[in-house]
Design a protein around this ligand. Structure first.
Ligand SMILES: Nc1ncnc2c1ncn2[C@@H]1O[C@H](COP(=O)(O)OP(=O)(O)OP(=O)(O)O)[C@@H](O)[C@H]1O
Ligand SMILES: [Mg+2]
Length: 243
């Protein structure tokens, strides 16, 4: 099988001017991610993990360097084009879930579908797609609950369903288990591992070694550059055996 890279990052830098100083958050970082990989991004606080996620997710633009998402030269696009890519091709999951609090689980999941008007879906199609996505993350019986009527793990499942409903090229998760107790955290990791088994490309930030063990590759950042980049052979072998 020929591995196809869907992310190609070359000499990417992000520099924040701070008065007389500048903060080099990313310092000429280069790496590629293949379709179907599950990458854990690790490293100490301030090492650039969230900054690289924001670049990959088209939330922010690099100061220098190249970023290709599929065939698209992201670092050359303007703000409107970036927003379009973000809505259609990137699914985000955050540590704090970021759900709309007065809006039911299913309404939270339908939101991204309303942005994508080109597809001209009917309300019924939108509702059905959101319901099927919630079902696929194990929340068939919680669709009409508000976020405060759900446990932390269930809220994160809603956020994952919202991230997946557009069938994005990549799923980005910045410390998805950071606000969860260890049992709910493991359940979320089981769900991400299952999505990976089904072929989803995932990039996740975590501080925890045991969480990173679920990924097929670990990239460690230090001071804005990549210090280590290793395949997780055990996880890759597990995946081969399941085929
Ligand atoms: N908007 C900003 N303006 C100025 N400096 C910033 C900005 N965002 C991040 N930085 C700096 O860039 C560096 C990398 O930050 P980043 O948020 O990527 O770290 P991180 O690895 O995600 O840390 P943590 O584990 O604490 O979340 C830090 O030194 C931070 O202070
Ligand atoms: Mg961070």
């Amino acid at each position: 099988m020929v591995e196809r890279s869907i992310i190609r990052i070359k000499d990417l830098s992000k520099i924040y001017p701070m008065g007389d100083f500048e903060v080099v958050a990313l310092d000429k970082v280069s790496f590629e991610v293949n379709k179907g990989e599950f990458v854990a991004i690790m490293g100490p606080s301030g090492s650039g993990k969230s900054t690289i996620m924001n670049m990959i997710g088209c939330l922010d633009r690099p100061t220098n360097g190249e970023y290709y998402l599929g065939d698209q030269p992201v670092s050359k696009l303007d703000k409107v084009e970036l927003a379009d890519i973000r809505n259609k091709q990137i699914g985000f999951v955050f540590q704090t879930f970021n759900l709309l609090s007065r809006t039911s689980a299913i309404e939270n999941v339908t939101l991204p579908l309303h942005y994508d008007r080109q597809l001209l879906r009917t309300d019924k199609e939108i509702e059905d797609l959101a319901a099927a996505t919630l079902e696929s993350v194990g929340l068939a019986d919680r669709m009409h609950h508000l976020p405060h009527e759900l446990s932390g793990g269930q809220r994160q499942r809603v956020a994952i369903a919202r991230a997946l409903v557009n069938d994005p090229l990549i799923l980005l998760a910045d410390e998805p288990t950071g606000n969860l107790d260890s049992k709910s955290g493991m359940e979320i990791m089981d769900l991400l591992a299952e999505l990976h088994d089904r072929g989803r490309t995932i990039i996740m930030v975590t501080h925890e070694e045991y969480i990173a063990e679920n990924a097929s590759r670990k990239i460690k950042f230090f001071d804005g550059h990549i210090e280590q980049d290793n395949k997780n052979h055990k996880k890759n072998k597990d995946k081969e055996n399941k085929k």
